[in-house]
Design a protein around this ligand. Sequence first.
Ligand code: WAQ
Ligand code: MG
Length: 256
Amino acid sequence: MDLYSVKMRGSKAEEHISGAEKIVKEKEISKVVESFVNRAFIHKKGKSDFINIKIEKIDEKEIKYIDKIKVTSVKSANKKEAKEVMITILKKLDIDEERAIKIVEELYKIKNMRGAKILDVENLKRVDTGGKRGVRVTFMDEKEKVDLSESKNHFLEAIILASKVINYKNIIGELCISDDLDYTTGYIATKKFGYIRIENIKKLGEDFGGRIFLYRGKKEEVHEAIQYLEKQKVLVIDKSENERILSMDAFREERN
Ligand code: WAQ
Ligand code: MG
C-alpha cells in the first residue's frame, strides 16, 4: 500500500513559526493538512503568513520499520542535576569525563539552529557540513497512528525522532534541549540506555536549545549517516512499554 509523506512549514515575515511532518495513508491526507494549517495559524509565536505544504508518495518498500525507544524519566530538579544525568550516561559510553563535560557545554551553547550538530566523540569535531542549518532529520512517524492535535506534542515527536536517530549504526547517542521558552524537559537518548527524559534541563523563559548527535565510526561513513537521517523513511512501532520514573537518587544508584 502506498503511503504519503506530508510536511508543513509555516513562517511569518520570513521567520520560522511552526513545522511538522507525518507519514499517512491517502485517505488521511486531507485531515492531516487541515490540522497542520491550524498549527501554523494558532502558534504561540504568531500566525503564519506563509505556509508550505509538501505531499509526496512513498513506496512501502522504501520504509524501514523500527521499534520505539524505551523511555525512562529522571526527576532532576535543576540544570546542575540535569548535567549530572547527561555526563553520567556519556561516561557509560566510554567517553571520558573531560569530553563528556565538553559535549554538555556545547549543547547548552546552541541557539537558533534548524537542525542538529553531529560531533565525532573521539575528537569532538563537528562532522556535518557545519553552519546554522545542521542536519535535519525527516521522513519519520509512528506506524498507524494519526495524531491530529493542533499543538505540538513535544514528547511524542521527540521519541519518534530519537528512535530513528539512535537506530543508525554509527550514532551512539543524542542530546536535546528544546528551544521553546516554556518547554523545560530535555533528553539524552542512547542505544545502550534508551531515552532518558531529563526534567528542568533549562529554566522557564530561556531561549537556547538544540540537538547534538554523537558519531562513532569511520569518517568516510559520515555522509551515509546524514543520508539516512535526512532521507530514509522510517516508521516507529510502539511496543506500549511503560515509562519508568526515577528520582535523582534512584538514577544515581542505578548508574553508579
Ligand atoms: N532534525 C534535527 N534537529 C532538529 C530537528 C530535526 N527534525 N528539529 C529540531 N531540531 C533541533 C533544532 O536545533 C532545534 O532548535 C532544536 O533541535 C530543538 O527543537 O521527553 O521540542 O523542536 O518531553 O524545540 C524534547 C521532549 C522536545 C522531551 C524537544 O525540540 C520530553 C523539542 P525543538
Ligand atoms: Mg522549538
